[in-house]
Design a protein around this ligand. Structure first.
Ligand code: FES
Length: 302
């Protein structure tokens, strides 16, 4: 008999799987998600630089996971200190720090969430509701403690801690199982063989229009502009959108390609992110032309 890899009792593991699948399939949640995501996207379109900072574009990594460390860390510390007698104002200070830092962390999560697939947004909504309940309980706990109701404050804190842990579990599912926020081109250097590869005849590349080609098993997008030829991985690093269906245009005088799914924009020259929601760059191939044939090589492949 084959053992369970998770180590969880079978019924618990099955219940968790069923529960998560039920949330992913709960299309009823789309009645909230659709208008809410559209409203968030409209605000983000008006403030694209702020939206990119919240996505984490300047640091090349999603910002939300780093920002949740403050509320989760302070509230976890408060939960431990609540077991210790006579800690003075330490616990209320920790809870207040968590409450104040929750807003920016939520804002970063919200702009990411608005650019996800429906199944991811459903899990994301329940994650947000759970964390909002945690925030409300911690706020109520703080008020109770400041009014001298320590026992009530502690009870509310532990209820909040439970809600935030449930939210964390859902966030883990969203990131690891559903790959929201993950780099969707991490595999490319592993599936492209090292060295130079024949791509196509130079005459097969239309002027200024992106086309899809294969390098081994890896799809790439090639763009020819006069004598310049740029080749990037075709799968968008955000959520695997097809870049060859995207738009080639100039941004601040540099040629870029914009993903048709959520508008991430990458510099053709080197694959760097010019605009989010993507935070990871596109793998960029070296290109040379030999006897009318375009050849490509991915630095670091293999
Ligand atoms: S898949 Fe989302 S921007 Fe490309």
């Amino acid at each position: 008999m084959v053992g369970r890899a998770s180590g969880l009792p079978g019924p618990l593991q099955s219940a968790l799987e069923r529960g998560m699948r039920a949330i992913e399939d709960a299309s009823l949640l789309d009645r909230v998600n659709g208008p809410l995501a559209e409203a968030v996207r409209k605000v983000a379109e008006k403030q694209p630089r702020i939206a990119d900072v919240l996505h984490g574009v300047p640091v090349g990594h999603p910002l939300h996971p780093a920002m949740v460390l403050v509320p989760v860390g302070t509230w976890t510390s408060a939960a431990v200190l609540d077991l210790v007698p006579r800690t003075g104002p330490a616990v209320p200070v920790l809870i207040a720090t968590g409450v104040l830092s929750a807003g920016p962390a939520a804002a970063a999560g919200l702009v990411d969430w608005a650019e996800l697939h429906p199944q991811q947004q459903r899990v994301g909504l329940v994650h947000a509701v759970s964390n909002t309940a945690g925030l409300a309980l911690y706020t109520a706990s703080l008020v109770a403690r400041l009014r001298g109701h320590g026992a009530t404050g502690r009870a509310l804190s532990y209820a909040g801690f439970g809600a935030v842990m449930a939210g964390g579990f859902l966030g883990g599912h969203l990131s690891y199982r559903q790959a929201a926020g993950a780099n969707h081109v991490e595999d490319v250097p592993h599936i492209v063989p090292p060295g130079w590869h024949d791509l196509c005849a130079i005459d097969d590349l239309p002027e200024g229009r992106p086309v899809r080609r294969l390098v081994g098993e890896a799809p790439v997008v090639a763009v020819r502009r006069g004598k310049a030829i740029d080749v990037l991985a075709d799968k968008c690093s955000h959520l695997s959108g097809p870049l060859h269906e995207g738009r080639v245009h100039d941004v601040d005088g540099e040629a870029c390609i914009t993903c048709p799914w959520h508008g991430s924009t990458f510099r053709l020259d080197d694959g760097d992110v010019v605009a989010g929601p993507a935070t990871a760059p596109q793998p960029s191939f070296d290109v040379r032309v030999d006897a009318g044939r375009v050849q490509v090589r991915l630095p670091g492949a293999g």
